[in-house]
Design a protein around this ligand. Structure first.
Ligand code: PGA
Length: 235
């Protein structure tokens, strides 16, 4: 079973999510489909589609104007949240430690965090990819994590929204390191997703790479015609 997670970023509305859930609910798939949507659209999903947020606060409650706590997200019926997405790391200046604190709050409130890690173009060019990714896993996974209770998403930051992807060999090499790091930390049953410029055209090849347990999809998760081929290509 593969995991196909969509990240709607700051797109869509309640009606488009209703339509998407409705259409996806009719498809026959073995895969686990997740849609991470803006806060205003959060709700319970169904047997086919799990609904998730795109971030949660590292604080429990209090004077944090504009922030949304993990408890509030869970209260909507949503069951998943992204943490550490590169756009949030950029905008909020989150370090791995901040991301771990957000993931910790998610787990405490019965949300499954999808913990995103990945190297920038500069880090890649400096030959730091493996180090950044390994440190990302070791430092962003919180101390209350349990095996299978969280998901890692490897997203090379230079490939997000860029229409380019690493080669399958490069993806395989990074996912192998993530798997070995997770094993070393005692997590032998934790899914690892690949994200960045996934489309219906490359989804099958990417999901055939060893240690790729699914994909995190931005742009191509917004329209059913783009998203369905990715779900179909998981099988
Ligand atoms: P993309 O985005 O699929 O549009 O590259 C992926 C993401 O940001 O999660």
């Amino acid at each position: 079973m593969k995991i196909i997670a969509g990240n709607w970023k700051m797109n869509g509305d309640v009606k488009s999510l209703d339509n998407m859930i409705n259409d996806l609910s009719g498809i026959d798939t073995e895969s686990r489909v997740i849609l991470c949507v803006p806060y205003t659209m959060l709700r319970a999903g169904n047997d086919v589609v799990m609904i998730g947020a795109q971030n949660v606060s590292k604080f429990e409650s209090g004077a944090h104007t504009s922030e949304i706590s993990a408890k509030m997200v869970r209260d909507t019926g949503a069951v998943v949240t992204l943490v550490g997405h590169s756009e949030c790391r950029d905008a909020l200046h989150d370090t791995n430690t901040d991301v771990a604190e957000r993931a910790k709050m998610a787990i405490l409130n019965d949300l499954i965090p999808i913990i995103c890690i990945g190297e920038t173009a500069t880090e890649r060019d400096m030959g730091l990819t493996i180090r950044v990714v390994e440190n990302g896993v070791r430092e962003s996974v919180p101390d209350n994590a349990t095996d299978g209770g969280f998901i890692i998403a490897y997203e090379p930051r230079w490939a997000i929204g860029a229409g380019i992807t690493p080669t399958t060999q490069q993806i395989g090499a990074v996912h192998k390191i993530i798997r070995e790091t997770l094993n070393d930390m005692g997590f032998t049953d934790t899914p690892i997703l690949y994200g960045a410029s996934v489309t219906g055209a490359n989804a099958h090849e990417i999901m055939s790479v060893p240690n790729v347990d699914g994909v995190l999809v931005g742009g191509a998760s917004l329209k059913l015609d783009d998203f369905i081929p990715i779900i179909k290509n998981a099988e």
